[in-house]
Design a protein. Structure first.
Length: 279
């Protein structure tokens, strides 16, 4: 039996693929380009092109589990994801593991609707609801840290339990390989609550130079995201989520008993990736 990973070249899927390979689980990585690092099997798959939905099953008709990563930059993810989920069930897929977000409840916006649908289908499922990725500091924030020595946010003094992609991959691995499906969701958080001021202090300590936190409004942040290449609607969603941080939503989520806690703290993450921010 095989496991299909959508978003196959993304932050979590490649890490998950390595864990599955080490456990001798056959893994197929699906991506828009149909590329995958060796030694993994790759297949071309595009959420916005239903003609590609059959491709994974042509490569391997014995796919039993699917890791679901929603289409990048899309505000409405349910419309493209539902037809594939339905097809996968028809093809014999028994278990789905969905990557959602800490602030999105079942039935809510975006992946919340996918979460709700998986429950209604009656299939084996698990929904991972991570908070903000530490790994964003080596993607979205990398240039501002390297070139300007600052981290830009609209989160004000709000604290966040930043999580690493490694910890997300580990929980996804557990959910995909455990004998009896969890059939629930878990909020996934890092081991510590940090404001962006405290994040900047950690970067300063590890990098040996001053890194600051630049506070901007949600509208200003939206413009930055658009300049970064994100679609306007998606940029609006991300900037809005930062206003929730400012309002203390992530701090409340950190106290939620329905949670799992990753092992990676921010300092160890920055130390492991410090070459990414060399000025």
């Amino acid at each position: 039996m095989s496991i299909l990973l959508t978003g196959g070249t993304g932050k979590t899927a490649v890490r998950l693929a390595r864990l599955l390979q080490a456990a001798n689980k056959r893994t197929i990585l699906a991506s828009r380009k149909g590329d995958a690092p060796a030694p993994f099997t790759a297949v071309k798959f595009d959420w916005h092109d239903p003609a590609t939905f059959e491709n994974p099953f042509a490569v391997d008709p014995k796919i039993e589990s699917v890791y679901l990563i929603s289409p990048a930059g899309a505000a409405d993810v349910f419309a493209p994801m539902k037809p594939f989920i339905d097809l996968a069930v028809q093809k014999g897929v028994k278990r789905f593991v969905l990557l959602s977000a800490s602030s999105i409840e079942p039935g809510g916006q975006a992946t919340g609707k996918v979460h709700e649908y998986l429950v209604k289908l009656g299939v084996d499922y698990f929904v991972i609801r991570p908070t903000w990725f530490m790994d964003n500091f080596v993607t979205a924030h990398v240039q501002s840290i390297k070139e300007k020595g600052t981290i830009v946010s609209a989160s004000e003094d709000g604290k966040i339990g930043f999580i690493s992609a490694d910890d997300i991959a580990q929980l996804a691995f557990d959910a995909l390989t455990v004998a009896e499906s969890y059939n629930t969701d878990k909020i996934l958080l890092g081991p510590e609550l940090l404001s962006y001021d405290e994040v900047a202090k950690t970067f300063s300590d590890v990098l040996g130079r001053t890194i600051t936190h630049t506070r901007v409004s949600a509208d200003e942040l939206k413009k930055i995201y658009i300049a970064f290449g994100l679609p306007e609607q998606y940029a609006g969603i991300l900037s809005y989520l930062e206003t929730l941080n400012a309002a203390g939503v992530e701090e409340k989520i950190f106290a939620n008993p329905n949670k799992a806690t990753g092992k990676t703290n921010l300092r160890s993450f920055v130390e492991a990736n410090k070459s990414a921010w060399k000025a």
